[in-house]
Write a protein that binds this ligand. Structure first.
Ligand SMILES: NC(=O)c1ccc[n+]([C@@H]2O[C@H](COP(=O)([O-])OP(=O)(O)OC[C@H]3O[C@@H](n4cnc5c(N)ncnc54)[C@H](OP(=O)(O)O)[C@@H]3O)[C@@H](O)[C@H]2O)c1
Length: 324
């Protein structure tokens, strides 16, 4: 059994990590650090954990855990690592965007590997530190990587994606307030969302030229999940598109190509990404669906942990979709 520590334990991604790791056959939770709830039971923040664990939130870390997950807002991961030292053997998985871009990937002698297994599996297996991808970035990249690899993403790409309210974290804001969010849909940060940088670096990593990506993010009136649609020009047939994507994802554990149109409920509460392709005139429409807190955050973080420690990639992540 490896020992895991979680920082930012009362937040949304921290809660999902606790839920997964409590049921992981090869990992045990050593501590859950919290700045606001030290000494209180985990169920004080995550009421569904009542009766599942006796663990209390802690104000102290164990610097010698095998793996530490940083579930902190942007900037706070760097600050936390500056103020707290972990042993040389401790592997770090950071869920923020502090170390995702190549320019920020080396910090204090540690080299952070971008943790998208569909792109970087071999590097993740050897990594000591992981920058876990963003949630929108995961959904969008999984819809575009096969085209980028084949050199078929040279023209403009238009992407529209909608996320649930948990994507914004546990803190209340005007746009996550029930009165605003319920029965409502809106866009934000048109064409300037912060995930564009990491998406651009991944798509360019195959060395083929890539067209400009126009990304419009939307806030949905549901709690979890991301549905992302992208379209770009494509000369091939529907069958050729499906063959390209099926080959790309033939050996991946969680990303699968669907012949039928996809919807959120088939992946919410799972670590799956489902991809659907639709050829129309001279464009290909690619739809991907994920759970923002699982494949978009904590599930992918545990998938990365599994790869780093040589466990089965699906260990602890064989989860059941909500469906109804
Ligand atoms: N939500 C998603 O769908 C999602 C998806 C992908 C990536 N991410 C990224 O994952 C990270 C965590 O997201 P989240 O949604 O879990 O956020 P969150 O719900 O706001 O939780 C963050 C937690 O961090 C702790 N914290 C706050 N300030 C801190 C500080 N200065 N030092 C140490 N701890 C501090 C707090 O927990 P305590 O009060 O217990 O200390 C807080 O609950 C973010 O960088 C986010 O962008 C989120």
């Amino acid at each position: 059994m490896i020992k895991a520590g979680i920082i930012g334990g009362s937040g949304y991604t921290g809660g999902e990590l606790i839920r997964i790791l409590l049921n992981h056959p090869n990992a045990t939770i050593d501590f859950v650090f919290s700045t606001t709830r030290a000494g209180k039971p985990l169920s004080s923040a995550h009421s569904d954990l009542l009766g599942q664990t006796d663990l209390l939130f802690s104000s102290e870390i164990n610097p010698n855990v095998d793996v530490v997950f940083l579930c902190l807002g942007h900037g706070n991961s760097t600050k936390f690592l500056e103020e707290n030292t972990f042993g040389d053997q401790t592997k770090i998985i950071d869920l923020s965007n502090d170390f995702r871009l190549k320019n920020n990937a080396i910090w204090s002698g540690k080299s952070f590997v971008y943790g998208l297994p569909e792109l970087n599996k071999a590097s993740i297996q050897k990594a000591g530190a992981i920058a876990n991808p963003g949630c929108f970035a995961t959904a969008i990249q999984l819809g575009l990587l096969p085209l980028a690899k084949a050199g078929l993403l040279q023209n403009e790409v238009h992407t529209n994606a909608i996320t649930g309210s948990t994507g914004a974290g546990v803190s209340l804001s005007a746009t996550s307030h029930f009165s605003w969010r319920n029965n409502n849909v809106s866009w934000y940060k048109p064409f300037t969302h912060q995930h564009l940088g990491e998406i651009g670096e991944s798509l360019a990593s195959y060395g083929n030229s890539v067209g400009k990506l126009y990304f419009l993010p939307n806030r949905g009136n549901f709690t979890r999940g991301i549905l992302a649609t992208s379209y770009t020009s494509f000369d091939g047939t529907q069958e050729e598109a499906e063959q390209l994507f099926e080959q790309f994802y033939a050996k991946t554990s969680f990303t699968h190509v669907s012949k039928d149109p996809v919807h959120l409920k088939q992946v919410v509460n799972t670590n799956q990404c489902h991809v659907h392709l639709h050829k129309h005139d001279d464009v290909l429409l690619i739809t991907t669906v994920i759970d923002n807190l699982l494949k978009g955050a904590s599930g992918q973080a545990v998938q990365n942990m599994n790869l780093m420690f040589g466990f089965e990639e699906q260990e602890g992540l064989q989860l059941k979709a909500g469906v109804f």
